[in-house]
Design a protein around this ligand. Structure first.
Ligand code: AMP
Ligand code: ZN
Length: 142
């Protein structure tokens, strides 16, 4: 547990939350400032800042919870779909430094955008740049 972490305090029961799911490794609760009705956060119980910091098994546990929770959240609020996202690192807009996935239910005509709306100015890449990027990612996963 990190002393100054609001999500660790939720896990410890020091701050209240509207819990919707819990197992040995994962907790899910309603976002206190929902983007839409049913906006839910899924977090590992252990404090890690970003996805890269998670031990492999814990990343899988978070994703498995997302897999089960997403249809449940959608059903509970009669959503037509959902966006699932992680603000992974401060450069990506992460404000709470305890890794968490957002499930944001979506409704036809709700006026929201796609994941693609997070960036307005896209890079124009040459074929060579695409190739270099793909090669770099492949090398980094070896
Ligand atoms: P992020 O920008 O991805 O770090 O998002 C942090 C999220 O945590 C925001 O959507 C907040 O509304 C949410 N949040 C902050 N404090 C609480 C809390 N005490 N209970 C529930 N959600 C919270
Ligand atoms: Zn924490």
């Amino acid at each position: 547990m990190a002393d100054d972490c609001i999500f660790c305090k939720i896990i410890a029961g020091e701050i209240p939350s509207r819990t919707v799911y819990e197992d040995d490794n994962v907790l899910a609760f309603l976002d206190v400032n929902p983007l839409t009705k049913g906006h839910t956060l899924v977090i590992p119980k252990a404090h890690h800042q970003t996805i890269a910091d998670l031990p492999a098994g814990l990343g899988e546990a978070v994703f498995e919870a997302l897999y089960h929770l997403t249809p449940a959240v959608e059903q509970a609020v009669s959503a037509d779909g959902s966006n699932i996202g992680v603000n992974n690192g401060t450069a990506a807009g992460q404000e709470v430094q305890h890794v968490h996935a957002h499930i944001v239910p979506r409704f036809e005509g709700d006026g929201g955008g796609a994941v693609h709306s997070i960036i307005r100015t896209m890079p124009e890449l040459t074929d060579e740049e695409f190739d270099d990027i793909a090669a770099g990612i492949r090398a980094a996963t070896d």
